[in-house]
Structures are given as structure tokens and as C-alpha cells.
Design a protein around this ligand. Sequence first.
Ligand code: UDP
Ligand code: MG
Length: 312
Amino acid sequence: MRKLISIIIPTYNEAENIPFIHNDIKNIFKNIPYRCEMIFVNDGSFDKTQEILKNLAGKDRQIKYLEFSRNFGKEMATTAGINRCKGDACLMIDADLQHPVKLIPKFIEKWEAGAETVIGIRRENNGEGIVKRFGSFLFYKFMNSVGETKIIPNATDFRLIDRKIVNEFNKFTEGNRITRGLLDWLGFKKDFVYFKANKRMRGKAGYNPCKLFGLTVDTLVGHSLFLLKLVGKLGVVIVLISGFLGIFIFIEKYILNDPLRLNFSGPAILAVIILFLIGIVLVCLGLIALYIGNIQNEVANRPLYVISKFKV
Ligand code: UDP
Ligand code: MG
């Protein structure tokens, strides 16, 4: 029996693209000795996506489709697809043809050569504005300096994962998730396929800068307590500065009787005291971050470890 490759395609208002990507994938699988199932996840589209998928699925048994009750976002759409795929390997690809379908055999080749996850790395992106590119640059820089798991720059969701990883991925229960972040966390043997992203042919990108910013904040909150810890560190700095200042004022004014003639006023002294107290509050917030970190780890309930090979 030929191996089965599951292709997962999240779709949000992609009515115009679906026939093309379907056709391209069909053509690719005509020439390689693998079977394929295409899992389209309709992420609450309000165009004709549903109608078109229903139509295609009626004609082609390789198509499966899931219908979300509303828009849950691409991360949930890919998750739903991965949860339901049956393949020996599973490949995620965007519906808008920005990920070159003709590279699918290359992903499979690297997988057959032993890679358990094959990641598409984007070389250049012609169609994207400077804001988006700068945004993604900042995103990776930031995530890699604060997050607990390293994210490979320019790695995309265009990737193939082995059945083993699918099974491990399905154990995740956390709600606030970035699919590729979780896949990176899982580890396993990686290989890469480099590609130049095409321009989006038809339709509009579902992610605008606002939605992307939201996604970044989600990732930050979900993958690290950086922000809360930062507040705590700020508190430490404020406590130290205002503490030294307070001691200085006390000694200079009340013990040495103002030899420098600085003449600190009452409000100035009050300000230093208040600053000190604010610093203490911030330090406490930082401490709370440590506790929340523990709770977050427990609640996310990730597997304690992931086994890639087992021999007794
Ligand atoms: N997408 C989705 N839900 C959303 C937004 C996008 O399923 O809420 C799908 C979309 O149909 C496409 C893929 O995710 O297949 C990538 O979306 P888009 O092209 O908007 O993102 P970009 O290429 O800018 O990363
Ligand atoms: Mg796109």
C-alpha cells in the first residue's frame, strides 16, 4: 500500500483560490507514488468557500473538509486538520498559493531521507510591505530573546510532519497556541526546504497588521512571562534608585545638617518615598509572575518529555 500524505489547508475566504490549489495538488500527486488526502478547514469564511468545498468534495473522494462555526484563526484551523488527519505524514500549506505546491515532492523526499519534520523557510517575500517584513523581523528577534523555545527565523507554516509528531501534537491541550511554536517545542529531527513565497494571487490576506499584532501578543503571553517579569525588574531598579536617594537625603539633611546646601523640600522627600513604595509594588508583581509561570506550566499540561525512539 502506498503511503498516505495528508495535506492540511486552512481557508478563510479563499473561494477563488481553492479550485487552483486543489488542481495543483492533484497534478503533483499524479506523478509521485503516494496517496493523498486533502483536508480543507473552512475557518468561518463568509464568501463562497463553503459552497465550493462542498461541490469539490462531492466530486473528489480525496477531499475532506471541516467547517468551523465561526472564524477561529489559522492556528485553530491547522490544529483541527492535524487532529483529524490519517496520513503517514501531514503537510500544511496555505490556500492562497503563496506556498509553492510544486515543492511538495521535495518535502516528501526529505521526510523519506529521515527528517521527521521538514520546515519551509521563506527566502524573500516579493508581495509583502516593509511594515510586515519589519514586523516579522522584530517578532523573531523578540521571541528568541524572551521566549523559552527558540523559533527559527523565516520558518513558515509550510511544513511536513511525521506521524510520530502528529501523535505528540495531538496531546497538547493548551488553547492559546501558535502551531509552529508548539511544533518547534516538540523537537525531532529537522530538515529544511527553502522557497520564495509567491505573491497572493487572488483574494485578500486574512491577516492585517492589527491581527498580526494580536497574534504576537498572544504568542508572547502564551510562551513567556517576559512582560510581567520585565515589570518586576523595573521595580527592582526603582527600589534601588529611590532607596539610595532616600538614604542620601536622610544622611545629608538630618544627620549632617545639609552641608551641601541642597535644601530638599518636603514634597521632594515625599516623592522619593512614594517612588520607593511603587518600586516595591512592581517587585511584588514580578514575584507574582514567577508563581503564575508555575501555574501556566501546570495548566498548559504539556507532556513532560517527548520520546523520538524507544528500544528495549
Ligand atoms: N487563514 C485562516 N484563518 C484566518 C486567516 C487566514 O484559516 O483567520 C488562512 C488563509 O485562508 C490562508 C492562510 O491561513 O490559507 C494564510 O493566511 P494569509 O494569506 O491571510 O496570511 P499570510 O500569507 O499573510 O501569512
Ligand atoms: Mg498568504
